[in-house]
Design a protein around this ligand. Sequence first.
Ligand code: GUN
Ligand code: ZN
Length: 430
Amino acid sequence: MTETTILTGRVLSFDGTPFDDTPTEAARFDSAVVLAGGQIVARGTVADLCAAYPQAKRHDHGDKVICAGFVDPHVHYPQTAMIASWGKRLIDWLNSYTFPEEMRFADPAYAARIAARYLDLTTAEGTTTMCSFCTIHPESVEAFFTEAQKRGQRVVAGKTCMDRNAPDGLRDTAQSGYDDSKALLQRWHGVDRLSYAITPRFSPTSSPEQLEAMGALWAEHPDCLMQTHLSEQTDEIAWVKELFPQARDYLDTYEQFGLLGANGLYGHAIHLEPRERDRLREVGAALVHCPTSNTFIGSGLFDMTGLMAEGHRIGLATDTGGGSSFSMLRTMAAAYEIGQLRGTPLHAAQLLWLATAGSAQALGMADRIGNIAPGMEADLVVLDLSSTPAIAQRAAEAGDIWEAVFPTLMMGDDRAVAEVWIGGRRAKGD
Ligand code: GUN
Ligand code: ZN
């Protein structure tokens, strides 16, 4: 018999998008949620749900907030062991720190160790789904999917393809990138909760032939996501202009090879030309804002409010390890700070929506994850709004739920994440 579980607390879900109207109107609060068979089966009042599910095992969380597990739509799990490396900007940072570390993933045992470490660290932070770049080594993809499958997690990942401007030992070819990606896709895509993403790293590290091969693979498997990087730093954009003199702009280096579409995920997207903004919106592509990365590597200030107003689909991500954190709470704080620098502060409801439903939408998975509603998968976090003395004294003065939540978004860390549920099973908490 399937076990039924009731969690009580302040259950936060979204019936709409807090960027459309008054931010708080999209949010809904219930006092209980019921899980069974790995899914959410009901949300409502404690009295109603206890009466409807008398056999359910009950977990009381008092005034803690229960929300969907965090969704992180742009990460590099292989950069776990070099996160927070000092003093370089994008291209030097890649060459000095990132590529040497990624080289180590030729060893399947090392890849398995880091995949487990990464998923331990992110579970502690309340992230239940992520979309990860791996390395050029198929072993790095095997390791990540194997570990996520063991834990019952919904994850997306792909073999990073690069056939130029990377060191010896860290390049594939147009043909081997295509062949290896295709074999991995056929082996893993749609197995349990795993999905494959076609993954050209970015235009500077792929020849036109490789981009063309990636475009051909995507055309053969259009239901797969395609993830890459776009217009992160001005030096990078100037380099792309040199490498692709015929291209109209950075986006065109993807577009001309069939790498622009609704299932495309474009990380960073900071310094966009008007044509790029128009095309990305026209095709319904997803942009991924990576705020701790953008400040840490010194990239620039993403235009969240402007792009949202134009109707773009946008997710919020850590970009571990260009990003300086594994935590989506810390990432929400950084998104708020970038909003402030642009004169457009984000509301707590908008930040929480971005870290859950918004990022799930970016992955095309909003019907399964990123919200609490009947029929959705049971990935949840329980947030303690008084996890440290500094946060508690601030929350104690709050006039409403949003004032109570906001200090945790700004100052919280893994101590604020009291429990994590993945696929209806408790992955953190006692
Ligand atoms: N652009 C190409 N590769 C990377 C990467 O690994 N991290 C970031 N932040 N930007 C990139
Ligand atoms: Zn990245």
